[in-house]
Design a protein around this ligand. Structure first.
Ligand code: G4P
Length: 533
């Protein structure tokens, strides 16, 4: 296949939501439509259970399943669709942030009753920063929820993005009759049915047609007409350009569990979503159409069998064509590497592939040569930018309980950090290891894996830090004075960048005021922030 053809065909995206909004259900329905799975339940089992579990066997089992569902590819409407799975569990948010660097667009699922929730806001922040095009799917219309116009206001305010509805619900909960497609001007009538795909689509180019009253009842029909008048006055007409630039998010309404509104979503997605996009490197922007192969690692999965340290590195292809058994440049190591068994994840079956194209995600077996963010390319020296680390929320010091195993502990913690399980900050004096995570669950996983895979016994001691910010300044006098006064709260990250571990947000604000020439960056990708803003 030619590169240009392959690029045009591919659509790589992620589905994100606050837990319970319906991400898994929607993913499953999309796979059912795409014929990638035959029955519901296949994806459901992959969920990390919502209650933070201390059952390690459960964590191990989930790790295995989540390799299988990391990428789900299928063909639909002439496109090859690659869905990248993002863990819903809050403690794995960092993993989701990284996956967002490997997608070209996002579908955001919102629960009609709960509206914008905490996790959604954070994920949207990452999308805004990267200008990722977003489609919003308002789910659970079969239940009572927020008044539709209020919900749209809430989306605009809390997600800080303009929205424009492409479908419009007629009632909700028990009174839910269906949706009117404002774009295609047809009516999709709702039937609660978990097994059947809704096909009751009635063309209705004139909203004043009396057919509408017959189909949904007089009062709902009248309400819809009034709503549409308001919509036309208030919301901008949909512009694909504004969607692609991340300035406006089209909104759909449906009920994923009832297969409702999913087909419109998928059809529109195929029509408007972007084909694979290029990425920024330290030597300029790389377009997917470039001849030479390039890609980056955004996720690493450890082997389930602790006796085998091999891992799977997930590589997103950015440009050119990847070929099996061909030597490529591992830029960070300055080494040539080739892969005899690269795998694809078509329809959930792992299979060895001969070639892969921009937008594709492939799995590479790795014995410890990859770190998250690594670049692989064909005869060039550039590195992709932008797998940023965000501030962790919980900080604990790692203490070695067995001095004879300190080497194992050092190696283990370094490898687990390469996988992106948490962030490590080194504090002086004494090379103290401060581990930062977004959830308590990670500490349990780290301690368990250090012991089981590396034989290193450790414990974690809570530290009173609340936020990590990366510090830069051109004013060396001010920086030195800051470093003297905050020596107890400073550390270095894995790349030797200076990090301020603030005990409270207030102390951070104070530091910002006291040291105006110092910049306190929210992510480790501060060299890139300028490009995004
Ligand atoms: P998540 O991945 O975002 O966490 O959400 P998930 O799909 O697991 O959905 C969360 C719950 O919401 C599930 O119920 C699911 O069945 C339900 N749900 C999803 N879509 C709809 C919808 O359109 N309408 C209604 N009423 N419910 C919906 P559960 O009780 O947690 O699980 P289950 O026992 O039903 O599988």
């Amino acid at each position: 296949m030619k590169n240009a053809e392959a690029i045009e065909k591919r659509r790589t995206f992620g589905i994100i939501s606050h837990p319970d909004a319906g991400k898994t259900t929607l993913t499953e329905k999309l796979l059912l439509f795409g014929g990638a799975i035959q029955s519901a339940g296949a994806v459901k089992n992959s969920k990390i259970s919502k209650t933070a579990t201390s059952d390690f066997m459960e964590i191990e089992k989930q790790r295995g399943i989540s390799v299988a569902t990391s990428v789900m590819a299928f063909e639909y409407g002439g496109k090859q669709i690659n869905i990248l799975d993002t863990p819903g569990h809050k403690d794995f948010a960092e993993d989701t942030f990284r996956t967002l660097t490997a997608v070209d667009s996002v579908i955001l699922v919102v629960d009609v009753a709960n509206g914008v929730e905490e996790q959604t806001k954070k994920l949207m922040e990452v999308c805004r920063m990267r200008k990722t095009p977003v489609i919003i799917y308002v789910n659970k219309m079969d239940r009572e929820g927020k008044y539709t116009f209020d919900l749209l206001d809430e989306l605009e305010q809390h997600l800080e993005i303009k929205v424009t509805p492409l479908t419009w619900p007629i009632g909700m909960g028990d009174r839910f009759k269906g949706v009117y497609n404002l774009f295609d001007k047809n009516l999709n009538l709702f039937q609660a049915n978990k097994t059947k795909i809704s096909t009751d689509i009635v063309s209705l180019s004139d909203i004043n047609d009396s057919k509408l009253d017959e189909l949904v009842g007089e009062a709902p029909a009248q309400e819809l007409r009034e709503d549409i008048e308001v919509i036309e006055g208030v919301y901008d007409e949909f512009s694909r350009e504004d969607y692609l630039s991340g300035d406006i998010a089209p909104v759909f309404f449906g009920s994923a569990v009832n297969n409702f509104g999913v087909k419109e979503l998928l059809d529109t997605f195929c029509r408007i979503s972007p084909s694979p996009r290029g990425r920024a490197t330290d030597a300029g922007f790389i377009e997917p159409s470039e001849d030479k192969f390039s890609g980056f690692v955004f996720k690493i999965h450890a082997n389930l069998d602790p006796k085998h340290r091999d891992r799977i590195a997930f590589l997103r292809i950015v440009s050119g064509k990847f070929e099996r058994n061909t030597f490529y440049n591992h830029v960070r190591l300055g080494k040539k590497v080739k892969f005899p068994n690269p795998t694809s994840f078509m329809a959930q079956d792992k299979s060895v592939i001969e070639e892969a194209f921009p937008g594709d995600v492939i799995g590479l077996y790795d014995t410890g040569t990859f770190k998250i963010g690594d670049t692989l390319n064909e005869g060039a020296d550039f590195m992709f930018k932008g797998i940023p680390n965000f501030s962790p929320e919980i900080f604990q010091e790692l203490e070695n309980l067995d001095p004879l195993k300190s080497k194992q502990l050092d190696k283990g913690i370094r490898q687990l950090m390469d996988e992106g399980l948490a962030q490590l900050f080194i504090q002086q004096p004494g090379n103290r290891k401060i581990v930062g995570t977004v959830g308590q669950l990670q500490f349990e996983v780290i301690a368990y894996r250090l012991l089981n895979e590396y034989g290193a016994n450790c414990r974690f001691v809570p530290k009173g830090y609340a936020k990590a910010v990366w510090v830069t300044s051109e004013n060396s006098e001010q920086l030195n004075s800051f470093m003297r006064s905050k020596s107890n709260s400073l550390a270095k990250d894995k790349d030797d960048n200076l990090v301020f571990l603030a005990e409270t947000s207030f102390l951070l604000t104070m530091a910002e005021q006291d040291y105006p020439d110092i910049t306190f960056h929210k992510t480790s990708a501060f060299k890139l922030e300028k490009q995004f803003n």
